[in-house]
Design a binder for this molecule. Structure first.
Ligand code: COA
Length: 262
């Protein structure tokens, strides 16, 4: 399958798993406006291309996943421009968080600032043993602007999050796993394979049920509607799907289900 060309991202697809590699290794894959635009574009492709069943996001090179937003683009911004930058970052990272297909971050090195925020917008994270996580924005007189103050608290709790946010310190992969920020730690060579192995299991399940797991889990943090109500609706919707009929029938007939995604 041919996917769209991007100038700051490398994309490839293998067995329905789409790998997006942020490709600015000379700048430790920092998120400049071009990368952000292309991340937005690539997630349109993810949503619309039926051949893509799951996504891995990683960084080019052996040193960094993403070392942050591109600091050189911050110089001279006004209050309003800063707000616009954050709004746009939120919009793109919400798109990733609310993607109907599973998205995993394969964190292969530094995940700092916007890089940690990008990893946190993914549905879960696998890290290599050289990965480092942090929100060092206070060193620049800033705070995270791409959702980091919210998702870090959601993932590791307020006390640990505030310590990281206020010190700007980095944590290593093992500490990130102990905190619940990453699910597994592997060698750098294995990080993509580990993510693929988990995604292969996920994409063998009913796709609509997977999408509803994502939306119901995201609803925990929806300030306007109860996640329990969203779960009730999503659970009910499952009963209208062919895959639910197939899954339950296959169980009762003691055979492996064949899911079709409808
Ligand atoms: N924005 C722009 N450029 C960045 C960057 C960022 N967030 N992170 C790294 N780079 C660039 C460096 O400026 C350098 O470019 P140069 O070779 O043209 O000078 C290149 O990437 C390599 O980084 P360097 O700092 O030389 O590598 P290092 O191994 O000494 O340090 C880090 C690695 C990650 C500790 C360091 O790059 C760093 O602190 N980066 C910024 C992290 C940050 O504050 N992120 C939050 C931004 S809001």
């Amino acid at each position: 399958m041919k996917t769209m060309p991007y100038s700051t991202l490398i994309t490839s697809i293998e067995k329905a798993i789409f790998i997006i590699t942020v490709n600015r290794p000379e700048k430790l894959n920092a998120l400049n406006s071009q990368v952000m635009t292309e991340l937005s574009e690539v997630f349109k492709e993810v949503e619309t291309n039926p051949e893509i069943k799951a996504v891995i996001i990683t960084g080019a090179g052996s040193k960094a996943f993403v070392a942050g937003a591109d600091i050189s683009e911050f110089v001279g911004l006004s209050n309003g421009e800063g707000m616009d930058l954050a709004r746009r970052g939120h919009e793109i990272f919400f798109k990733i968080e609310n993607c109907r297909k599973p998205v995993v971050a394969a964190v292969n090195g530094f995940a700092l600032g916007g890089g940690c925020e990008l990893a946190m917008a993914c549905h879960f994270r696998i890290a290599s043993d050289n990965a480092r996580f942090g929100q060092p924005e206070v060193n620049l007189g800033l705070i995270p602007g791409y959702g980091g103050t919210q998702r870090l608290v959601q993932l590791i709790g307020k006390g640990r999050a505030l310590q990281l946010l206020m010190t700007g310190n980095m944590i290593d992969a093992q500490t990130a796993m102990q905190y619940g920020l990453v699910n597994e730690v592997t060698t750098q060579e294995e990080v993509i394979n580990k993510a693929k192995t988990i995604l292969e299991i996920i994409i063998s399940k009913a796709p609509l049920a997977i999408s509803r797991c994502i939306s119901a889990a995201n609803a925990v943090f929806n300030g306007t509607r109860s996640g329990y109500d969203i779960e009730i609706e999503a659970f009910g919707d499952c009963f209208e799907s062919e895959d639910m009929k197939e899954g339950t029938t296959a169980f009762l007939e003691k055979r492996i289900p064949v899911f079709k995604g409808n």
